[in-house]
Design a protein around this ligand. Structure first.
Ligand SMILES: Cc1ncc(COP(=O)(O)O)c(C=O)c1O
Length: 349
C-alpha cells in the first residue's frame, strides 16, 4: 500500500442542511425563500440566447456589477462577485486573513467560518455570545488577525444595530472586518455605505435568501477597491470564471427588481411575527429575529424530540446538537400556509 494517505489534505467539512426530494414536504431547514424569484427572472431565462454558452462568461461581470452598484450607491470597482456568498466568504478568508494572529468570530454563528479557518490554516478564536445570545462589541476590541460578524447572526437571527457594528469596525483599523449580511433584507440596515468611511470593511451579501435564487449561486462582497483588487488577484489565481453567464443574467434581472424583493421580504416579515406570536401562545421563547428564520425553545419540550416528530410529519426544521444550542430549533419562515401547518403540528405534539 502506498503512503499517499499521509500526503493528501484531510479536512472536516461543513455539512449543509438536508435537501429532501418529494413535494409533500414542508422544508423549513435551510433558510430558502418560500416565494419564487421576480417575474423578471423568468423573462430573463426565457429570452437568454443559448448561443452565448459557447463563449466563456464575462469574468468582470460588468452588467451585474452595475446593477448592484446602483442599488447600494457604490462603484463597480468596489464589488467582487462569486459563486454564492459561501465562495465569496471563502475568498475573503483566503485573501484577508494571512497573519499569525487569531481571527475573531462568535462561538455561535455560521458554522462555515471555522471550516474555512481550518482549511486555510488561519488561527481563530470563537468569542462567546452573552447569555441572551447577543454579540458583545467590547469583546472584539482586542488584538486580532481579523473579525467576522454575521448581521443578523445565524442561527440566532439577532441583529446588531449599525452604531454598535461601526464601533467594532472603527476599533479594528489594523485588521479586516467582514460583515456577512446574508439575511440583512429581512429588517436590518446594511453596513454597505460604511465601505466609503472605513477601508478595513468588507460587506458580503447574497441573492440566495431575499432574492429567492439559492439555486443559481450568486453572492458578492462590497469593499474599497484595494481590498476588491486583492480578492480578484486571489480569485484569478484559482478560477477566473467563477460565475457562469446564465447566472449573471438571472442575478442582474433580480437585482434590477428591488421592489419585488422588498414586497417578498415584507410578506416573510409579517409571517415571522405571526409565527413568533403563535409559538409564544404554545409556551415557546423565541429570540428577537430580523431574519427569515427564528431560533426558538420551549422549556417543557425536548427540542430534539420535537425535531424528530416534525420530521415524521414531513416538516423539516434544523436542530444543532451542540452545547448552548441543543434546546433550540431553527425554523425558516415559509409561506403563511406552511407556518400554519407547522403551528398545527406543534399543537398536536
Ligand atoms: C450566515 C450565512 N452566510 C452565508 C451563507 C451562504 O449563502 P449562499 O452561499 O447561498 O450565498 C449562509 C447560508 O445559509 C448563511 O447562513
Amino acid at each position: 500500500m502506498g503512503s499517499w494517505r499521509d500526503k493528501i489534505r484531510k479536512t472536516e467539512p461543513y455539512i449543509p442542511g438536508e435537501q429532501p426530494k418529494g413535494s409533500n414536504i414542508i422544508k423549513l431547514n435551510t433558510n430558502e425563500n418560500p416565494y419564487p424569484p421576480s417575474p423578471k427572472v423568468k423573462e430573463a431565462i426565457e429570452s437568454y440566447d443559448a448561443n452565448n454558452l459557447r463563449l466563456y462568461p464575462d469574468f468582470v461581470c460588468s452588467s451585474l456589477k452595475s446593477a448592484i452598484a446602483h442599488t447600494y450607491g457604490v462603484n463597480e470597482n468596489e464589488i467582487f462577485l462569486g459563486n454564492g456568498s459561501d465562495e465569496v466568504l471563502a475568498f475573503c478568508f483566503m485573501t484577508f486573513f494571512d497573519s499569525d494572529k487569531k481571527v475573531l468570530f462568535p462561538d455561535i454563528t455560521y458554522s462555515f467560518y471555522d471550516v474555512w479557518c481550518r482549511l486555510y490554516d488561519i488561527p481563530y478564536e470563537r468569542v462567546p455570545l452573552d447569555d441572551g445570545f447577543n454579540i458583545v462589541p467590547e469583546d472584539y476590541f482586542k488584538e486580532n488577525g481579523g473579525v467576522v460578524i454575521a448581521n443578523p447572526n445565524a442561527p440566532t437571527g439577532i441583529y446588531m444595530e449599525l452604531e454598535a457594528l461601526e464601533e467594532i469596525i472603527k476599533r479594528n483599523g489594523d485588521s479586516i472586518v467582514i460583515i456577512d449580511e446574508a439575511y440583512i433584507d429581512f429588517g436590518g440596515i446594511s453596513a454597505a455605505e460604511l465601505i466609503h468611511k472605513y477601508d478595513n470593511l468588507a460587506v458580503v451579501q447574497t441573492f440566495s435568501k431575499s432574492g429567492a435564487l439559492a439555486g443559481i449561486r450568486v453572492g458578492y462582497a462590497m469593499a474599497n477597491p484595494e481590498l476588491i483588487g486583492a480578492m480578484e488577484a486571489v480569485k484569478n489565481s484559482f478560477n477566473s470564471y467563477t460565475l457562469d453567464s446564465l447566472s449573471q443574467t438571472i442575478a442582474e434581472a433580480a437585482a434590477r427588481d428591488r421592489e419585488y424583493i422588498k414586497d417578498c421580504c415584507g410578506k416573510i416579515i409579517k409571517t415571522r411575527e405571526w409565527t413568533v406570536a403563535e409559538l409564544k401562545r404554545l409556551g415557546f421563547d423565541t429570540l428577537p429575529s430580523l431574519s427569515n428564520f427564528i431560533f426558538t425553545t420551549n422549556k417543557n419540550i425536548e427540542a430534539r424530540d420535537l425535531f424528530k416528530y416534525l420530521r415524521e410529519q414531513n416538516i423539516i426544521v434544523r436542530y444543532f446538537d451542540k452545547p448552548r444550542t441543543e434546546k433550540y430549533l431553527r425554523i425558516t419562515i415559509g409561506t403563511q400556509k406552511q407556518m400554519e401547518a407547522l403551528i398545527e403540528a406543534i399543537r398536536r405534539y
